[in-house]
Write a protein that binds this ligand. Structure first.
Ligand code: FES
Ligand SMILES: [Fe+2]
Length: 479
């Protein structure tokens, strides 16, 4: 990417140089400038409800242990031993009071503190020769959560998570706040696809246009209540701060009727009513839009859909959260979680899980249809001809950059940000504009290297809105 300014400028006007979907040089820039900076979703607090619970998650090349320590604080620790660099924790999830390194046996408390060195006296001269106190596994430079969703940023100077998410928090609430008990998640299912990571992010952010065509067979078998191809164009897309998504237009009715229409039982609707803001209720109840897929920059996506799960006309909603972890410029690891309100009835949880697996698990019908396109796109983007092609990503814009369809006025769309009805690529362009802005920033300066003690030792989780409530609920449930 010798002249990357020009590439970024093309991207900003919605003409996408095709090679950015399979280019090693672009991927290097993404690693140093984008993924070193952005807030990235790594886990949900409900995955580690008990003290000592942990999960191990990879962010590009870095492995982190996300643990609830023995005092109940959530931590993210770089999973590399302070001695010779072995990966300290090799299991993917579990419960432990200590992590012992497999190489020479140094051990760490579940808050990261170094506690045990075999032959400390003989090999190091004891505390006088090498003080264990103050040595910890390196904490993630920044850690915070929103509605129980744990995010990491590798940039010590990152803005607060709340500021980064901005108005997109409003839309996250639809998926992650359906009662005071918060979410519980299952998974993640994890698999790799030979596709560039950006393609899925863009697709979930705003591609309502592919549904009738790519997913024609899913429409054919009558999995959805609205089989009409044009159904998606009646929906609105919205964009707010760092993310955007798609919605379906609901038939006329009250808030309750519309929630029932997508399959929520009355007791869940009552709880939802108590935790959503008046504006959330109005987006559904007055404006008649139900959130569907969305993406949050850089690599998290969400889905909410309501397929039929048996041979009747009843539909059932499910929620899924996923991240697109880049492995290389042409390979992505997908992490996909099923999410459900912790207070939902047991039968609903079961059925909703089934709905999720049918559509968006690793073998889900949508998943299979989508990935075929993305692998092909990625392959084709590697060739020499792709270097001469600008992909047209200007849907929704006239030649003079004015919109084909005007934005919805506030009285027709009560969510923050901008929204408009119909097919467009506004969100895909917005995501790629953020991508271009990041690639133009200077690389993040590396913090000075030191052994285990930088960043003032141990940083526990910074909690933003909603977390303490969820945590209280988990603690209550445990008691
Ligand atoms: S590398 Fe971990 S104890 Fe030596
Ligand atoms: Fe799709």
């Amino acid at each position: 990417m010798s002249d990357h300014r020009q590439v970024l400028d093309e991207v900003r006007r919605g003409m996408i140089p095709a090679h950015i979907y399979n280019d090693a040089e672009v991927f290097e820039l993404e690693k140093g400038r984008l993924f070193r900076r952005a807030w990235m979703f790594v886990a949900h607090e409900s995955e580690i409800p008990q003290d000592g619970d942990y999960v191990v998650r990879r962010l590009l090349n870095d492995s982190f242990i996300i643990a609830r320590d023995s005092k109940g604080d959530v931590r993210a620790m770089f999973n590399m031993c302070l001695h010779r660099g072995m990966q300290v924790c090799r299991a993917e999830m579990g419960n432990a009071s200590n992590f012992r390194c497999p190489y020479h046996g140094w051990s760490y408390r579940n808050d990261g503190r170094l506690t045990g060195l075999p032959f400390h006296q003989e090999a190091y001269g004891g505390e006088a020769g090498f003080q264990r106190r103050g040595q910890t596994l390196l904490p993630a430079p920044n850690l915070a959560s929103y509605n129980g969703m744990i995010f990491i940023s590798l940039d010590p100077q990152a803005p607060p998570l709340e500021e980064f998410l901005g108005d997109f928090r409003f839309y996250l609430d639809f998926y992650t706040k359906q009662s005071r008990s918060g979410l519980e998640v299952r998974g993640p299912q994890r698999w790799r696809i030979k596709a560039n990571w950006k393609i899925g992010v863009e697709n979930f952010a705003g591609d309502m246009y592919h549904t009738p065509h790519t997913h024609a067979s899913v429409v054919d078998i009558g999995l959805f209540r609205e089989p009409k191809a044009q159904k998606r164009k009646d929906g609105a897309t919205y964009w707010a701060t760092c993310g955007g998504g798609t919605t379906y237009k609901l038939p006329p009715g009250t808030f309750e009727e519309r929630m029932r229409y997508v399959g929520y039982p009355d007791e869940m609707i009552d709880r939802i009513r108590n935790v959503w803001s008046p504006e959330h209720l109005r987006v559904v109840g007055d404006d008649g839009f139900m959130i569907s897929a969305a993406s949050c920059f850089p690599n998290m996506s969400l889905v909410h859909n309501w397929p039929k799960i048996q041979d009747s006309d009843d539909v059932l909603p499910f929620i899924s959260i996923r991240t697109w972890q880049p492995i290389s410029e042409n390979e992505t690891e997908v992490y996909s979680w099923f999410a459900v309100d912790a207070a939902a009835p047991e039968q609903f949880k079961k059925d909703s899980y089934k709905a999720y697996l049918m559509c968006f698990g690793s073998t889900g019908m949508f998943e299979q249809d989508d990935v075929e396109n993305w692998v092909s796109l990625t392959n084709t983007a590697a060739g020499s001809m792709a270097r001469q092609l600008l992909l047209n990503s200007r849907m929704g814009l006239l030649a003079d950059d004015t919109p084909v369809v005007n934005a919805l006025p506030p009285e027709q769309f009560h969510g923050p940000g901008t929204a408009q009805v119909g097919y467009n690529e506004n969100n895909q362009r917005a995501i790629l504009r953020m991508w271009a802005d990041h690639l133009q920033m200077p690389p993040v300066a590396a913090a000075a290297a030191a052994m285990g003690t930088q960043l003032n030792g141990i940083t526990p989780l910074v909690q933003t809105n909603g977390t303490s409530e969820c945590e209280a609920a988990f603690k209550e449930a445990q008691a």
